[in-house]
Design a protein around this ligand. Structure first.
Ligand code: SAM
Length: 228
């Protein structure tokens, strides 16, 4: 039985990958990824050539079966996603879940983590908020359940971290401003990339900065909310 390595990859800066991750990417028989175009950029940068198998949330069972079959044949595979640690708010977790299901467990597929970047952890690390305990809330729902999600944040008695897209970052901060106007917040934008910016203040203060220049709204965002 082969090994499936779960490899964390950069969240922007291509140098943010561990030596061990590169060694394993060079050794494995195939790389399971999300968007092949994204993974090819990383592999090309390190001059690694590997067969790629794309996997996403709605992949057919036959795709999972194909990957399981490769492992059964003794091939080693690496699972990467578009950015960061596979399984953290991306389709990586689904694959591991399917491969470790009841049937798969009997086959004892070995799954090995190769740790590295994660946007949520990077944002927490610069937040200055207590991180001995924190609550990771993934992405807020777009519509149904969104209000409840933010009420849960407002009521939580610990540091909270969540992901938000460029399309809804203003809406998220407006919701936080209405529910917890005094609470300190950190918004980490484009971590490790050219326009990396860390905004600190209340939701209202950060909204003012983001609204002052439409370039501030571009890119990827992590929001960290200080505990009560
Ligand atoms: N698995 C990834 C990880 O370990 O962080 C997260 C994948 S999730 C589909 C993508 C979200 O992570 C983005 O919408 C954004 O909220 C956050 N994110 C990823 N890269 C980021 C970056 N460089 N700067 C800020 N946020 C980022």
């Amino acid at each position: 039985m082969g090994i499936l390595y779960i490899i964390a990859t950069p969240i922007g800066n291509l140098s943010d990958i561990t030596a061990r991750a590169l060694e394993i990417l060079k050794e494995v028989d195939l790389v399971v990824c999300e968007d092949t175009r994204q993974t090819i950029k990383l592999l090309n940068h390190y001059q690694i050539k590997k067969p790629l198998v794309s996997y996403f949330q709605h992949s057919k069972l036959s795709k999972i079966e194909y990957i399981a079959e490769q492992l059964r044949r003794g091939k080693n595979a690496a699972l990467v996603t578009d950015a960061g640690t596979p399984g953290i708010s991306d389709p990586g977790g689904m694959l591991v879940n399917k491969l470790t299901g009841e049937q798969a467990n009997k086959e004892k597929i070995r799954i090995v983590p190769i740790p590295g970047p994660c946007a949520a952890v990077a944002a927490l690390s610069v937040s200055g908020f207590p991180t001995d305990k924190f609550l990771f809330m993934g992405f807020p729902p777009h519509k149904k359940g969104r209000e409840k999600y933010f009420k849960e944040i407002a009521a939580a008695r610990r540091t909270i971290v969540f992901y938000e897209s460029t399309h809804r970052i203003l809406k998220a901060l407006e919701q936080l401003a209405a529910l917890i106007p005094q609470r300190q917040i950190v918004v980490a934008r484009e971590i490790t990339k050219m326009f990396e910016t860390i905004y600190r203040g209340t939701a209202k203060q950060i909204l003012e900065i983001l609204n002052s220049d439409k370039n501030n709204l571009k890119g990827e965002f992590v929001v960290v909310v200080n505990k009560i």
